[in-house]
Design a binder for this molecule. Structure first.
Ligand SMILES: [Fe+2]
Ligand SMILES: [Fe+2]
Length: 254
């Protein structure tokens, strides 16, 4: 399910959630929590929310948890897949019902009836609870924030395929996002960072589904090549107070 948010100065950032149509239905992340979004209603256009068996929270950042508690209400049998740290982070705002939590670490698998979904740690992440998904039955990788990119328009952010963005634009935007979302990337040993892509490269994904990019259905090798440059990319510095005040003055009535 596609959603997006405009990020001032950066562009339009997808905020996707996914349904895995396994024997036991899996919803991956639950979207933005803005007042004008109704995650359960959006989900109901695709499946009956009551049938959801698993809510896999790739990490408990607010752009991934918007519809979580509404979905728990609409899907009485659903359990939340997260980590110990993920459940802990959630407990600082609104605790998860622990009898509905299923703790899963990278490297462990969840049996959803007709397939195993294996958790993995994406090479780039902004939250210590991050666990992506490898679906060995079809080769699909769900990478959470990793490989995301702000793009030039809402249409591109909600495109059916990331190929709608030109390769050069995609490369620049992915490197920008890597430095925004994972600023620690500048402090890592580039060789060790490159090694962290090996499991994913060996998996050879048939598609890479990021929460912050339209689906990548071809050429995952290009994604990896781009990301290897992240440690050397320009560090991101956000607008400061002077920039905010200049921006606000533009909105003042003359
Ligand atoms: Fe995040
Ligand atoms: Fe995110």
């Amino acid at each position: 399910m596609y959603s997006y948010r405009e990020v001032p100065g950066l562009g339009f950032l997808a905020a996707n959630a996914f349904v895995i149509h396994a024997a036991q239905l899996v919803v991956v992340d639950t979207g933005l929590g803005l007042p004008d979004r109704d995650f359960v209603a959006s989900l109901a256009a695709v499946i009956d929310p009551a049938d959801v068996a698993w809510i896999w929270l790739t990490h408990p950042d607010r752009d991934h948890t918007g519809g979580l508690f509404a979905l728990l209400g609409a899907a009485p049998k659903a359990r939340i897949v997260t980590t110990f740290v993920g459940a802990g982070i959630m407990s600082t705002e609104r605790p998860l019902p622990l009898d509905r939590v299923y703790l899963l670490n990278p490297g462990q698998s969840l049996d959803v009836g007709d397939r195993l979904l294996t958790g993995f740690r994406p090479p780039l992440f902004d939250n210590p609870a991050t666990v992506g998904i490898l679906d060995i039955s079809n080769g699909v990788c769900l990478s959470s924030d990793c490989f995301g990119a702000p793009v030039a328009s809402a249409e591109l952010a909600t495109a059916e395929d990331a190929a709608a963005v030109t390769p050069a634009e995609l490369r620049a935007a992915q490197l920008l996002w890597a430095t925004v979302d994972s600023p620690w990337v500048h402090a890592v040993d580039p060789a060790k960072f490159a090694d962290s892509f090996t499991p994913l490269r060996d998996f050879g994904p048939s598609a890479v589904l990021s929460t912050h990019l339209p689906p990548v259905t071809s050429d995952s090798a290009a994604l990896f090549e781009t990301m290897l440059e992240a440690p050397q990319a320009s560090a991101f510095t956000g607008p400061d107070q002077a920039a905010l005040e200049a921006m606000l003055r533009q909105f003042e009535p003359a």
